[in-house]
Design a protein around this ligand. Structure first.
Ligand SMILES: [Zn+2]
Length: 916
């Protein structure tokens, strides 16, 4: 890491007075910077040539000293500071000593003498390398073109300029960029001015002063971008001025911006109506970066996306359109939630991310009802619950103890649990009161900072529920875990009583404290004949009883509208009655029913038969999330409980349920297809071809894959010959079926293909090979510089997805650990143990993983949490497997084989032929 010595103006190195008037510098701050120096304004000047390896910068910061001081603390990382000066309030400028503290990212600036309280200017001249792992100011090469892009969140602004790199410091920034004349350069605000250099080779662009921003929202980009002007977003009742809107894409891809530029004004208007606050900045640019570590970044006025999440054309899969819309709606929501009002410190980062996630769902439901935003967020929530079941789970509002906690704060607990908790409390207090609370919160903290407590106070006040609201919400934010609500209805004469208890939901084998401690709203739907009504209760005691209005129900669902962040447990008789009432439930409620089965299965309370027998009842749904709701436990049973014989029976069973559905939908999108049809087709095809390995489905997909790769005799590659929604599965199957010739065709196409989404599919195809030699070739290829950093995981995830590859993948990792690790952006390194854990389900598996990673954990930022969670998951899997044992599955297979025509001997044999 940072091993460089002190960088100072050379004359000063020996002239720092060691005594008189210079108190010894205090200790290097490990967490927040001390409160006695506050930045007020930055001037940033960067000289950037994308074809060079380094850039240079000049930074000037107005700093307010609260008390006399002879030094200030700030941040810098990998900056070679050639000169530092300090200008006192009286205008006198003196050299200062800049001392980087290795590994901490902290920079100490020592003055020659103690300066009085008040304003000073601290200025730096420095050069720095463009970052190699997509942080700070980094470089991406595409053919002969070179681009510079920035990514500052959470703590990477210090790679680009020295500063007070913490979210609580919000100041205006003046940015100027000196760049080659032919390049396009953009920053957070509108460009005011462009001045050519004397030799005509450079130009210096000046941008308008920003609104107060934290360092992590500063952004600029330089390169041969295509720039597409969209019509300005018109003024409206909330906003007086029109907002200029543009899209930027790598050279030649500008036309792929049309769709998202067309959708953006409605999204802006939606949030303006909701928040009653105008879009806060002077313009909006959407920029598609050719390589990017995360999905997208909400820089004020200049949102940066990985280009696959911004650029679309007629060949893009339907799922990609949905993602582009949702990601854009998420980032635009941040312009209010995060940019206009910013969290003071990273322990509240959930506010930014949960807000944006929750608000995006609202925008999607309102503007694109055909995307079924409620169901999508429900699926995310259920995936998050898996993580939140662990004892090692983070809290939503997690204390921050060092950089690792900052880098790992951006997980699904922050995004999805946070958003689910907001949605649950919104349902409880009503949309109107909730919106009022949100408006009050934004209005009172605009262009400043707002914390969790500020938000809770605003919402509690607007809802009229005050302290009950506050304590309930805190019970979900300040402790990890999921409540398991135990419910039972007792009927006597015409009166019904609902008894409610609570404990912590823990999967089998996880031994932790189960004592109840949540206070939460539980809305329950009671069915009476053809009608139903919903009543809401607050569970906040170990045991409670509530009277049910309307008498004894025929059935009830203790999570109406599927908005509650909890699981429920009911008697098997009540569960059966609920299963029988499926037709009365909404699609999200049906998913919640399936989750109740899955939750009981994971807890060891239900056996595999309950899951397997329920599959046909959900499979007929036209809603993809319902039809496929039990795929995850099915896959677990198939992989962890079944031997080869049992696996063939399970596969034939799944084929008998789902293949007729897929064949009815067909293997190609038609004009008439609803969005649900398209999504269901893609899910079923992937499941049947790649998990269940159905020979017939594989044949269909391989046919499309061969046509796309020119292996059907045509000799030319044209990926649009495959159905665009099935392309990713089709290419994977083709490489598995056709071996080297398909592998080589994919590799050849990858070398010339510039469509990011297609490149992901091509990489997944290389990773999916099950041929030993080709698989090794694929793993090595992942380290080739032609594979971009942001796309690597497509290859290794696909590789780990195939059980045949896992042992060799592990051996490969042992040999290539450093090469692999150093290609990953810092915040992805903590996930390494998880990436290589697929299929591990025994104590020995956990021990092996731990023995390798534990001594290396300090190289992986946030890796201790990642490793801890992975080990806990593996050990839990092992406990559950032992608890259920093979007998339970054998029993199901025995009864099933005697009853089901789908398992005629031929079915299993035909299927076995599809495996190699
Ligand atoms: Zn976000």
């Amino acid at each position: 890491m940072l091993l460089r010595a002190v960088f100072v103006a050379c004359v000063l190195a020996t002239t720092v007075p060691a005594a008189a008037g210079t108190a010894a510098a205090d200790e290097v701050p490990a967490g927040k910077l001390p409160a006695d120096a506050t930045p007020r304004h930055y001037s940033l000047h960067f000289t950037v040539d994308p074809h060079a390896d380094r850039f240079s910068g000049e930074t000037r910061i107005r700093v307010q000293l609260a008390a006399p001081a002879n030094h200030v603390w700030l941040h810098s990382e990998h900056l070679d500071i050639a000169k530092a000066t300090v200008t006192a309030a009286n205008g006198e400028t003196r050299l200062a000593t800049a001392i980087p503290h290795a590994d901490s990212g902290v920079l100490e600036v020592r003055f020659e003498r103690t300066l009085p309280a008040g304003d000073i200017d601290v200025a730096f001249e420095y050069t720095a390398p463009f970052n190699a792992t997509l942080e700070g100011a980094y470089k991406v090469k595409v053919g002969d073109d070179a681009y510079i892009i920035t990514q500052m969140e959470p703590i990477s602004a210090r790679y680009a300029f020295p500063g007070f790199d913490e979210p609580r410091f919000k100041t205006p920034f003046d940015i100027t960029l000196t760049v080659p004349t032919d390049d396009v350069a953009v920053a957070n605000t509108r460009q005011l001015d462009a001045k050519p250099s004397a030799d005509g080779k450079w130009k210096t662009l000046t941008f308008a002063t920003t609104k107060p921003l934290p360092t992590y929202l500063v952004a600029f980009a330089v390169g041969p971008w295509d720039v597409v002007d969209a019509p300005p977003i018109p003024a409206n009742a909330v906003r007086k001025n029109a907002i200029p809107l543009r899209g930027l894409a790598p050279r030649g891809k500008g036309k792929k911006l049309a769709w998202i530029l067309g959708e953006t004004p409605a999204v802006i208007k939606f949030y303006e109506d909701y928040t009653a606050q105008p879009y806060p900045f002077d313009k909006l640019d959407l920029l598609g970066a050719p390589d990017f570590s995360a999905g997208a970044m909400e820089n004020a006025g200049l949102i940066v996306y990985r280009d696959a999440l911004l650029l679309l054309d007629e060949h893009s899969p339907a799922e990609r359109y949905r993602s582009v819309f949702n990601v854009n709606a998420h980032e635009i929501a941040h312009q209010w939630y995060g940019d206009l009002v910013t969290v003071p410190w990273w322990d509240d980062i959930w506010l930014n991310e949960a807000f944006a996630t929750w608000a995006q769902r609202k925008a999607t439901v309102a503007l694109k009802p055909e995307y079924f935003g409620d169901l999508e967020s429900l699926e995310y929530r259920l995936a998050t619950m898996k993580n939140d079941s662990l004892l090692t789970a983070r809290k939503v509002r997690q204390p921050i103890n060092g950089h690792g906690d900052i880098e790992t704060a951006f997980d699904n607990i922050t995004y999805q649990k946070g958003a689910s908790v907001l949605a649950m409390f919104e349902t409880w207090v009503g949309e109107d009161a909730f919106r009022q609370g949100m408006r009050d919160y934004l209005a009172s903290h605009r262009f400043g900072s707002g914390s969790s407590d500020d938000l809770i106070a605003s919402l509690g006040k607007a809802s009229g529920k005050g302290e009950v609201f506050a304590s309930s919400m805190r019970s979900f934010l300040d402790q990890p875990g999921i409540p398991l609500v135990h419910v039972e209805v007792a009927c006597r004469d015409a009166h019904a009583t609902l008894s409610v208890g609570q404990s912590r939901y823990l999967p089998y084998g996880v031994l932790g404290e189960r004592v109840p401690r949540w206070s939460g709203p539980m809305c329950t739907r009671f069915g009476h004949g053809a009608r139903s009504d919903t009543q809401c209760f607050v569970f906040n005691q170990p045991e409670q009883r509530f009277a049910v209005e309307g008498g004894c129900p025929d059935w009830y669902l203790p999570n109406a509208q599927a908005r509650g962040y909890y699981r429920f447990e009911m008697t098997s008789a009540d569960m059966d009655r609920l299963g029988g009432a499926m037709a009365h439930l909404s699609a999200p409620e049906q998913v919640v029913y399936a989750d109740a089965l899955n939750g009981a299965f994971q807890r060891g309370a239900l056996g595999p038969a309950a899951v397997l027998d329920a599959m046909p009842h959900l499979a007929d749904s036209d809603t993809p999330q319902v039809a496929t709701a039990l795929f995850a436990p099915f896959e677990w049973i198939r992989e962890e409980l079944a031997d080869d014989t049992a696996r063939s029976v399970l596969d034939a069973y799944a084929s008998s349920i789902y293949k007729p559905r897929l064949e009815k939908l067909g293997y190609r999108r038609t004009e008439r297809d609803a969005s649900t049809t398209i999504a269901l087709r893609a899910r079923l095809a992937e499941f049947l071809a790649l998990t269940v390995r159905d020979a017939g489905v594989r044949n269909e997909l391989a046919r499309q894959g061969r046509a796309a790769l020119g292996l059907d005799g045509s000799g030319t590659v044209d990926l649009s010959r495959a159905d665009s929604d099935l392309l990713r599965s089709a290419l994977r199957v083709t490489v598995q079926e056709d071996g080297a010739r398909a592998f080589e065709a994919v590799q050849k196409e990858f070398a010339v293909n510039r469509d990011t989404a297609q490149r992901y599919a091509l990489l997944a195809a290389l990773g999916a090979t099950r041929d030993r030699t080709l698989a090794e070739k694929a793993r090595d290829f992942g380290l080739d510089p032609s594979v971009q950093i942001g796309e690597i995981y497509n290859l290794y995830d696909a590789q780990m997805n195939e059980p045949e590859n896992r042992a060799a993948m592990w051996q490969w990792l042992l040999a290539h650990y450093d090469a692999y690790r150093t290609r990953l952006p810092a915040f992805r390194r903590g996930n390494m143990p998880k990436t290589f854990a697929d299929g591990r389900c025994s104590a020995a598996d956990a021990d092996e993983l731990s023995a390798f990673f534990a001594p290396r954990i300090k190289d992986l930022v946030g890796g201790d949490r990642g490793l801890g969670q992975t080990l806990e998951t593996i050990r839990q899997c092992a406990s559950l497997r032992e608890h259920i044992g093979q007998r339970a599955l054998a029993g199901w297979i025995e009864t099933h084989e005697t009853h089901s025509p789908a398992n005629a001997p031929g079915a299993a044999a035909a299927k076995a032929g599809g495996q190699h």
